[in-house]
Design a protein around this ligand. Sequence first.
Ligand code: SAM
Ligand code: SF4
Length: 352
Amino acid sequence: MNAISHRNIQNGTSPFEDQFGRQKRKLRISVTDRCNFKCVYCMPEHPQWMRKQDLLSFEELYQFCDFMVRRGIEHIRITGGEPLMRQGVVHFISTLQQLKKIGLKKVSMTTNAHYLSQYAAALKQAGLDDLNISLDSLDAEQFLKLTQKQLQAVLDGIQQAQEVGLPIKINAVLIKGMNEDQILPLAHWSIQNHCVVRFIEFMPLDGDAQWSKAHVVTEQEILNTLKQDFEVTTQQGKSSEPARQYLINGHPIGIISTISNSFCGTCDRLRLTAKGEFYNCLFAPQGMDLKTQIQGLNTQQSDARIRLHHTLLEYIWHKKQGFDVIQQEESTFKISAKNIESRKISMYMIGG
Ligand code: SAM
Ligand code: SF4
């Protein structure tokens, strides 16, 4: 065991840290892999859902969150699949508020917003701090092609969230030949609707493994398009946010350029799937099955806590410097198709 691990064990409240000195402050919890959308860049044609009896209960997830907040986690994001499809998620968010007394600063959710009109007020009441909402097109026909669902429900959900005072950011995944014509409409819309849009480069995490670099709209291409209508300036300042920050005519936007400019160097995130697989990286070829150990936390036995603490220290410590699929062999794109094929996890399971 290394020096930093020893230090962390001695002081149980130190944040988890990896071998490159990146402290872990953010935890993403996927509460379900199920989704009512079928986004072309995410959901496979024939998804094999996790069995309901295999999922961790909200009580077990709460115990895990408590455990992690006591070890430095300050921000929890609830994601999926579609998190609003799991019954009890609003109550779960309200229980997480208790952890704000012991160091949790923020509880967020990522959602497709289809059910948001129905849930926005309850989420606000439950103490949710903010929302990331996926919106890849403002063209109803194109939206239907991309997601197999209607655009209007999402726009209504966004409006409702803003009416109840939930801060929102918009996530837009761009795919070449499908929706790169939405860069300018979404940028103008974000200014009119007083919110930030983040354009996301298509990542090789789609369920049917159809990704290819030819489908990626790069950060540079996005900037070039934005410059047609806006004065684009870079926002200064280092942050652990995956999005690189720009201003368009003074209004903030972000670009998550995982493929052309990986954000691994400042990564402070950890991830748990709905059935208790833990990932130290979005691109790790496989996770660590923590289900039994997490269920052990319910017994209140200190042994279970110490065991889990040690397991996590080791696993997190060994996080790689850059994601597994990076190879330095190509100058513009650093993804190796060989490594992608070995992956078993897709975005709808790990939650982004
Ligand atoms: N269903 C929710 C939603 O769509 O917002 C939450 C889960 S979804 C997996 C989380 C985020 O991952 C969304 O913003 C989605 O656009 C993004 N995403 C899914 N597949 C992706 C891919 N292959 N490349 C880049 N982003 C992807
Ligand atoms: Fe569902 Fe979100 Fe994946 Fe789209 S991106 S299929 S809404 S989980």
